[in-house]
Write a protein that binds this ligand. Structure first.
Ligand code: SF4
Ligand code: ZN
Length: 739
């Protein structure tokens, strides 16, 4: 252990402690100790403090207690001659630093300074659930916490790109020489948000706590670790070391007049790094700071320094032992999940297809073996370089596959992947599916040589890569000829229609087998979704047909057929063989589950529900809230708080996680009276489900009912809601008591 680093870290910890103490005292003086403090939309209070100490900080006084605890951990300020051989002191200083930093950042919210563009500040629980799970289940190999800045903006962009290509999340905070990497990307017009894997947390070094309290919440949420004392804190840190593959990149140095104008790493950064090492996150630096190589808390080196910038990504991946799957696809632009959510703005656009501008569609069909010429890619009509910049062309993407084990039912499952595959190419924007895709190619991608045939290259490579068990041959045709697109679009619509009819027309009564999905057991170990023709999985991604196809493609995968067996209760939808299956698949935690009730043995919820349905006893009705809605609901809680209460694979009568499509199903909580029980949903959700729901309401002879469902515009509390329900004479007022 270098005594230089230890001393610097301890000095930095003392500085943060003093700063937090002073700012906290000021806040107490002006607002009183009982004033609330916290981050927006989280059930975890100040999450890092909760994780490390078990203390629930709700008020300024609580924060003072937490800081006092940090004070006890603070090692004495080292005298110059003191030799500190043990990592232990430094690690304690790191924990004390994190506690002080979290209070400093929370005070910024308290004082109304946060967050400021382009910084995102605190990550709320709803994002944690959708993004954190990818870190824990391996879809994202890890995250890189980038501290400081690069010598030039170009290098910053290059570094960001190389992480995006590897699907590694980039958290950015702190600065070096007055500049931060996020500011460099911002100046270059790079889009930074969760969809592009680039997260600018804050310019101060203390903003590091946002990355660490994200990691700590991942352990509490997905690892099911309840915070408490030291033992739990140790578990949370271990969980991170094992499951959240993260590392810190210390970039650049600071100019410090106190050190004879030399370039240095600040004490504050050393103190924060000591905090990160507690999580098992190693530090990789481009400058020559002292290394810490022995293996202790990290199963690998703690600090590796002097790595040149072009080697730094590889080194980080190697030190942290990240498992990367980089697909080799013959296209002239980078490819990876990090580019999935990237948009191409109008000014950046070379060409576009579909959307509201032209006809476009995409379809995947199975053909006999001899009709598919593997790898063949054909462009029919003008290519991107045959038309002027800014043009909108029609586009038909026809993917034809053949395989000995291929079935027609697989078509829609595979077709849905087209979106996912295409939008992972850098400079390509893709939205929608079937006959509503909207695609843009950026000028930059075009200048690098991207042409239509490259869509084909991506699809051929990816389908081979991921579906080799059922697909032997793939060919792709790309049509931009207007007449041809129109003709083929008509045929495609006929196919979509037939497919919908198959599942839409299907009733649960028509089948003797449902499907299970246990994909989410990777983090909610007792959770099971039972998917029926009239009720899709709560994440919205798996219909009964999809589960069937997925089972055929991979019989050892997450979806299994489940025989219904004898019906024990028709109204609630309880079946004896489903019960038998659920008891075994939930590891004995559940004995009975109903298909159609929110009150009687409802299905469990993992955490990825699109919508939460909740009984509002005082109205005798049910409210719905979608994940995107962040405000409080009439039940007095927001989505993320509710999600925290009902997730994790438990049955919670009165609450149900559901997929959006289920809302317009005939079997939607039919045991409690179905759609007529719904009293409230956010406006945005209403818009989204309107078309299908309107059709369903026509069918039951209630075409006006949609207006009787309140939104946040009509009511935000249960009192206002009740008033509204009386005003519109909502049917729940007459229905039998739900509880
Ligand atoms: Fe499967 Fe249910 Fe998880 Fe969706 S929510 S992936 S259906 S277990
Ligand atoms: Zn889930």
């Amino acid at each position: 252990m270098s005594k230089l680093i230890a001393k610097a870290a301890i000095r930095g910890a003392h500085r943060y402690f003093t700063q937090a103490k002073k700012e906290l005292e000021q806040a107490v003086v002006s607002h009183g100790p009982e004033e609330n403090i916290g981050f927006p939309n989280t059930a975890y209070h100040l999450p890092l403090i909760l994780a490390l100490t078990g203390m629930e900080v709700k008020t300024l006084a609580d924060a003072q207690n937490a800081l006092q605890y940090a004070g006890k951990l603070l090692p004495e300020l080292p005298a110059d001659s003191l030799w500190l051989p043990y990592l232990g002191h430094t690690l304690d200083a790191g924990i004390a630093t994190l506690i002080a930093e979290e209070i400093i950042e929370a005070l910024k919210y308290f004082n109304g300074y946060e967050p400021q563009e382009p910084w995102l500040g605190f990550t709320n629980d709803s994002i944690l659930r959708t993004q954190g799970i990818k870190l824990v289940d391996g879809r994202m190999p890890g995250f890189a916490a980038c501290v400081g800045a690069l010598p030039t903006n170009e290098q910053a962009v290059e570094l960001a790109r190389s992480f995006q290509e590897r699907s590694i999340l980039v958290f950015m905070f702190s600065s070096s020489g007055g500049k931060s990497m996020a500011e460099q990307l911002y100046e270059e017009g790079i889009e930074m948000n969760w969809d592009t894997y680039l997260i600018p947390y804050g310019k101060d070094t203390s903003a590091a706590v946002y990355a660490l309290n994200f990691a700590a919440r991942a352990a509490m949420t997905f690892g099911g670790i309840r915070p408490g004392g030291l033992e739990e804190a140790r578990k949370i840190l271990l969980y991170n070391k094992e499951r959240v593959h993260a590392f810190v990149l210390a970039l650049g140095r600071d100019f410090d007049p106190g050190q004879n104008g030399e370039q240095v790493i600040t004490d504050e950064k050393y103190a924060t790094a000591a905090g990160a090492i507690n999580f098992g996150f190693p530090v990789i630096a481009d400058s020559n700071i002292p290394q810490i190589l022995p293996r202790g808390i990290c199963t690998y080196e703690h600090v590796v320094s002097g790595i040149s910038l072009d080697q730094i990504v590889n080194k980080a991946v190697e030190v942290r032992g990240l498992k990367l799957k980089i697909s080799e696809i013959p296209i002239p632009v980078p490819y990876g999940a990090g580019f999935e959510g990237e948009r191409v703005r109008k000014e950046q656009m070379q060409i576009q297809f579909g959307g509201k501008y032209t006809d476009a569609f995409e379809i995947l069909r199975g053909l006999p073996m001899n009709e598919v010429n593997d790898g063949a890619i054909e462009v029919i009509g003008p290519d991107i370089d045959n038309v002027e910049e800014g043009t909108a062309l029609p586009l038909g993407i026809v993917v034809e596959v053949a395989g000995r084990n291929f079935k027609e039912d697989f078509e829609s499952v595979l077709e849905r992947r087209i979106h996912h595959y295409l939008c992972c190419a850098y400079g390509i924007f893709h939205m929608g599916q079937r006959d509503i895709p909207w695609i843009r190619v950026s000028k930059e991608a075009f200048q690098k040589g991207f042409r239509l045939k490259h869509f084909g290259e991506i699809l051929v490579a990816k389908f081979h890569d991921e579906f080799s068990a059922i697909v032997d041959k793939i060919q792709v045709k790309l049509y931009t000829d207007t007449a041809k697109v129109q003709e083929l679009l008509k045929q495609a619509k006929e196919v979509y229609y037939q497919r919908d009819e198959r599942i839409m027309g299907m009733q649960d009564e028509d089948v003797d087998t449902f499907y299970s999905c246990i994909l989410c057991q990777s983090y909610a170990p007792n959770h099971v979704c039972i998917v029926t023709p009239q009720r899709l999985g709560l994440c919205g991604a798996y219909t009964w047909v999809d589960c069937g196809a997925s089972f055929e493609m991979d019989p050892h995968g997450p979806n299994r057929p489940v025989k219904k067996g004898a019906c024990l209760d028709e109204k609630n939808g309880i079946f004896d063989e489903v019960n038998q299956y659920i008891s075994q698949a939930s590891n004995g935690n559940l004995q009975q589950v109903s298909m159609y009730s929110i009150m009687v043995d409802p299905q469990t919820s993992c955490g990825c529900f699109e919508v939460i349905a909740a009984v509002l006893p005082e109205t005798n009705g049910i409210m719905l809230v979608n994940r995107e809605y962040l405000e409080d609901t009439p039940i007095g809680m927001n989505f993320s708080t509710m999600a925290g209460e009902i997730g994790g694979g438990i049955q919670t009568p009165g609450f149900l996680g559901i997929g959006k499509l289920y809302i317009s199903s005939e079997k939607f909580v039919s045991a409690e009276g179905g759609i007529k029980r719904v009293v409230w949903m956010p406006q945005q959700l209403k818009e989204e489900v309107k078309d299908r729901l309107q059709k369903r309401l026509q069918d039951i002879g209630e075409p006006e009912f949609l207006d009787k469902i309140a939104t946040e515009k009509d009511a935000t509390t249960s009192e206002e809601l009740l008033e509204f329900l009386h005003k519109v004479n909502h049917p729940v007022l007459e229905m039998e008591a739900i509880i």
